[in-house]
Design a protein around this ligand. Structure first.
Ligand code: ADP
Length: 397
């Protein structure tokens, strides 16, 4: 059975066609600059040359049609007919408080995605466009919505309620939701399997460290806490996002610099994090590490602060769960940055964490990186959100 996975941004569309018989990627690609001049599709298929189509894409429907043309193309394609695609799985950012699981799309589901435009202003409209484009181009094919907020919906009230007047929760559903949910679900599940842990009771902390970073605590695969909040701004220090910050800082800077709240949030989302802390060196962790090595003090502080914040959250989550069986690192930094993993684990001696330097010198594959004596199993587990979406889709169709 073949499943098409779609991840729509406001001007982009990523896709993968996955053969669920062996969970292999048959083809994947990216449409860029949708509704902007210079639209381009790059299509990659196993064992074939990359195929680039430069053609106007005024909207997501045209992009989806071009993706279908590429998948069906005599020379570069991988299927003979759209009948070979059993279903389409969509990454959708926000389901508000309505859905805590993936769901087959119908009119009610689309209505909820639309009602959550406020909560996910950049993503939800694009996600809905992707769904509607697939409905138009492949009528009758089941579409499944896999929500980034679903994993966090299992959090108990004490973890998801903000200490602000309750009426804001009642009126506007203001609470902590958490993001990267598909990744946290996938990695915590893989960590349990790969680490041979008790599937019902294992206490697992997943550190998803990339440009966007978040951390989750789960017991038996069910989320008990996660670091992102109403929006992805809360929690860890990221490439360009500040993570946790005293809200009074906003008022102070706004008054001093004559900025409005939109400008201020733009600064916290796009100009802060290691980019801001380093005085503008870069949002890319490789550049930050290089600058730190070369003696740039601010870059060094940014990197230290990033690692320190992760270690603090691990401590908090170990306390929240009254223990931790496994810690899993994932995403761009978590999967590749040997030094960051080592530096974070150096804070965790009190938990009985012991890293095996040789095992830690690994990138991009499942690997236990703690010693046999370590009280906590520390692992490197590459995330695979597309496969997670395809599995969810398969389970529902
Ligand atoms: P996102 O999906 O949030 O955009 P990724 O998970 O792709 O981010 O992670 C991107 C980050 O991973 C970049 O900042 C990049 O520098 C970092 N990264 C990738 N490889 C390495 C490496 N070998 N060492 C340190 N950082 C790395």
């Amino acid at each position: 059975m073949k499943i098409l996975v779609i991840n729509c941004g406001s001007s982009s569309l990523k896709y993968q066609l996955i053969d669920m018989d062996n969970e292999s990627v048959i083809a994947k690609g990216l449409c860029e600059r949708i509704n902007i001049e210079g639209s381009k599709l790059t299509h990659k298929a196993e064992g074939k040359e990359d195929y680039v189509v430069e053609s106007p894409m005024p909207d997501h429907s045209v992009a989806i049609q071009l993706v279908m043309d590429a998948l069906l193309d005599k020379e570069h394609g991988v299927i003979a007919s759209t009948d070979e695609i059993s279903a389409i799985g969509h990454r959708v950012l926000h389901a508000g408080t309505i859905y805590s699981d993936s769901i087959v799309v119908n009119e009610d589901v689309k209505k909820v995605i639309r009602e959550c435009f406020d909560l996910g202003p950049l993503h939800n409209p694009a996600n809905l466009m992707g769904i509607e484009a697939c409905e138009k181009v492949m009528p009758g094919k089941p579409n499944v919505a896999v929500f980034d907020t679903a994993f966090g919906m299992a959090m108990p009230e004490k973890a998801y309620m903000y200490a602000i007047p309750h009426e804001y929760f009642e009126k506007y559903s203001i609470r902590r939701y958490g993001f990267h949910g598909t990744s946290h679900m996938f990695v915590s599940g893989e960590a349990i399997k790969f680490g041979n842990l008790d599937p019902k009771n294992a206490k697992v902390i997943v550190c998803h460290l990339g440009n966007g970073s978040s951390i989750s605590a789960s017991i038996g695969g069910k989320c008990v806490d996660t670091s992102m909040g109403l929006t992805p701004l809360e929690g860890l220090i990221m490439g360009t996002r500040s993570g946790d910050v005293d809200p009074a800082v906003l008022q102070f800077v706004m008054n001093k610099e004559g900025k409005d709240i939109n400008e201020m949030l733009n600064i916290l989302n796009k100009k802060s994090g290691v980019l801001g802390m380093s005085g503008g060196v870069s949002s890319d962790f490789r550049d930050i590490a290089k600058a730190a090595e070369e003696g740039n003090h601010l870059a060094e502080v940014a990197l230290d602060a990033f690692r320190y914040r992760v270690a603090k959250y691990i401590g908090a989550y170990a306390a929240a769960m009254n223990g931790v069986d496994a810690i899993a690192f994932t995403a761009g930094v978590g999967e590749n940055d040997v030094n960051t993993r080592k530096a974070i684990c150096a804070y965790l001696g009190y938990l009985g964490v012991e890293i095996d330097d040789e095992a830690n010198n690994t990138r991009g594959k499942n690997q236990v990186i703690s010693t046999a004596d370590s009280k906590v199993k520390v692992m490197l587990i590459p995330t695979n959100e597309e496969l997670a979406i395809a599995r969810e889709t398969l389970a529902l169709v």
